[in-house]
Write a protein that binds this ligand. Structure first.
Ligand SMILES: NC(=O)c1ccc[n+]([C@@H]2O[C@H](COP(=O)([O-])OP(=O)(O)OC[C@H]3O[C@@H](n4cnc5c(N)ncnc54)[C@H](OP(=O)(O)O)[C@@H]3O)[C@@H](O)[C@H]2O)c1
Length: 227
């Protein structure tokens, strides 16, 4: 199993990335929040440090954060996914990129509208090439639940990728955050999680929920590394 070093969260100033950064900080990881505006990232880092009562979170611009992170998490809107990755492509080489992107098309975000080719994350693996170890994760985990430290996050995290060792590392990383990560197949299968987010949004709206999630049944044990 690979050791887990510093984790950069590009878009960590926003809802989902802020929640991921917060849970990573609670778990004791060194976290670098990346933003188009370094001052905005530093402010968010200070906010999380104050909440957690530590100093393990720092802020930087996108390139600086991607360079400092051994694992890089991407949490930006679909429309910003390709442009953000283009800016940090050189810094990602050889690293695990955890992509939480869901290709929502406002205003009808509760309707499944996948991009041509099927999956937003698989498209990035194709674009970045095998030198970047792309893993899809967190797409069905609501920002609201990540931010609510008074409660455990009551859902599983589906993990997809073509690099098995990278997927195992992300399963471990997610485990340190108090979540169960479950390997769900190659990166093309990310399409299922991307589609499922719109289903969860429809459920949230119909039943007035802050953040529904998914649980895999028939697996009453922690996820193990793939054999
Ligand atoms: N929110 C959820 O509950 C949730 C759940 C699962 C998955 N996701 C997925 O996670 C991703 C982030 O969602 P979010 O709700 O956290 O989004 P968000 O808060 O709207 O945006 C996250 C960050 O992305 C950057 N950003 C926003 N617009 C941009 C643009 N036009 N160009 C470049 N950067 C831009 C901003 O960072 P800077 O201004 O600091 O650069 C922003 O703080 C999305 O793909 C979403 O589908 C979200």
């Amino acid at each position: 199993m690979e050791t887990i070093g510093a984790v950069a969260v590009l878009g960590g100033t926003g809802s989902e990335g802020g929640g991921v950064a917060l849970r990573l900080a609670v778990a004791g990881h060194k976290v670098i929040i990346g933003s188009r505006d370094a001052a905005k990232a530093e402010a968010r880092a200070a906010e999380i440090n104050a909440r957690v009562g530590g100093g393990s979170v720092s802020g930087a611009d996108l390139k600086g954060a991607a360079a400092a992170g051994e694992i890089v998490v991407l949490t930006v809107p679909f429309t910003a996914q390709a442009g953000t990755l283009e800016q940090v492509k050189a810094e990602l080489e050889g690293k695990i990129l955890v992509d939480a992107t869901v290709p929502l098309v406002p205003p009808k975000v509760s309707r499944v509208q996948l991009p041509a080719g099927g999956s937003a994350v698989a498209a990035m693996q194709e674009k970045l090439g095998p030198g970047v170890r792309v893993v899809a994760a967190f797409q069905n985990v609501s920002a609201h639940n990540l931010d609510d430290l008074d409660h455990e996050v009551d859902c599983d995290v589906l993990i997809f990728g073509d690099d098995g060792a990278a997927c195992d590392t992300v399963v471990s990383l997610v485990g340190t955050m108090g979540l169960r990560g479950i390997y769900g197949g190659p990166v093309c299968n990310s399409a299922a999680a991307e589609a499922l987010t719109s289903v969860l949004i429809a459920i949230n709206r119909r039943y007035k929920l802050a953040g529904s999630g998914i649980r895999i049944t028939g697996m009453d044990r922690p996820a193990e590394p793939r054999g």
